[in-house]
Design a protein. Structure first.
Length: 336
């Protein structure tokens, strides 16, 4: 093989961790308009049309919200293309040589969110994310089996919008957001997109306490191409002799025609060249193993101001999100 397994742990690990974007979205399924109620007086400037619709019995959340969430997730990533170059050499396509049994990422994230109900059915928000820890497990199957791991931190941000509707306690929500995440071992931020529909029911369990429960699904897409560089010492993460021995054994077993295609790379990472710690440049094509997963969640709302929620994702991707949100009215309408 051209690179050691720990190289692929770090290179593909920075790909797998990009799935942290799925944690930038918190479940706001309960926070939506609800028709079929008695008319009432509404005094805030947001949402727009709020006063008119309140007079017709439409209830909606207080317009401004600030939230903090903790999330855990594990998911798989498929590496479909691998191109590698050493120092200033040309890139060599290793897609038919390097095969992964699996690349799995496990992440822990803190997420902050500011949001505003601009219209009774439309919420817009901004996100800030800090990755507490990202652990990647890589199992290489070809050209020989090896296992390795990598750990890193990161940060990111983004924005999104939620469209919501409801009637007599039943509600539907469709959320979409765009985020960028910068990981410790990745040269540039990577863009991701998230789409999440949910449906559920809200129950009033006291004068100022309500409980909402929902089911839903989540669709995630990440930028397909990743480029970066890593030194050989950081890449192999193992005694040089062991690495060189495995590469030499693999290279010597190749037919002459195949040796010619990788001889430049092998020469750049073994023998005297390895002692000078060459730089490995890489280009990866990637895709999530399971773009969709299912969701179930619940939220407790206290006095319309404090919301505590939990959401669990399963089937294809596993995630757990726990959060708290404080809502407030903000600007008072002056046209009373």
């Amino acid at each position: 093989m051209i690179l050691g397994a720990r190289a692929w742990a770090k290179l593909s690990g920075v790909v797998a961790i990009l799935g942290i974007s799925l944690l930038t979205q918190t479940a706001h399924a309960q926070s939506g308009p609800d028709g079929g109620n008695k008319p009432y007086k509404y005094n805030y400037q947001f949402p727009l049309l709020g006063k008119k619709l309140a007079s017709r019995g439409l209830k909606f959340p207080l317009p401004f919200g600030v939230g903090l969430n903790y999330a855990y997730a594990t998911q798989g990533v498929d590496i479909t293309g691998v191109n590698v170059a050493v120092n200033d050499g040309k890139y060599t396509d290793l897609s038919k040589i390097v095969k992964f049994d699996h690349v799995t990422s496990t992440v822990k994230v803190l997420n902050g969110r500011l949001d505003l109900w601009v219209l009774p059915f439309l919420n817009v928000y901004g996100l800030g994310t800090y990755v507490l820890d990202s652990d990647t497990d890589v199992l290489l199957s070809e050209p020989f089996p090896l296992r390795a791991g990598a750990s890193q931190t990161g940060y990111g941000g983004g924005f999104g919008a939620t469209v919501a509707f409801g009637f007599y306690g039943f509600f539907g929500v469709v959320d979409a957001n765009l985020a960028w995440n910068k990981m410790e071992k990745l040269g540039a931020p990577v863009r991701s997109f998230l789409l999440t529909p949910r449906v559920g029911k809200r129950f009033q369990i006291g004068p100022s306490v309500s409980l909402a429960a929902w089911v839903g699904a989540m669709r995630q897409a990440i930028e397909a191409d990743t480029e970066g560089s890593i030194s050989l010492k950081d890449a192999i993460g193992a005694p040089a002799g062991s690495f060189e021995s495995k590469v030499a054994s693999w290279y010597n077993a190749l037919p002459g025609g195949q040796q010619a295609g990788v001889s430049q790379l092998v020469g750049g990472v073994t023998g005297p060249a390895a002692s000078r710690d060459p730089i490995i440049h890489y280009k990866l094509d990637k895709a999530l193993t399971d773009p969709w997963n299912l969701l179930i969640g619940a939220e407790v709302d206290l006095h319309r101001r404090v919301q505590m929620r939990m959401e669990y994702g399963f089937l294809g991707r596993t995630q757990l999100i726990m959060g708290i949100c404080y809502r407030f009215g903000g600007l008072i309408s002056l046209d009373d």
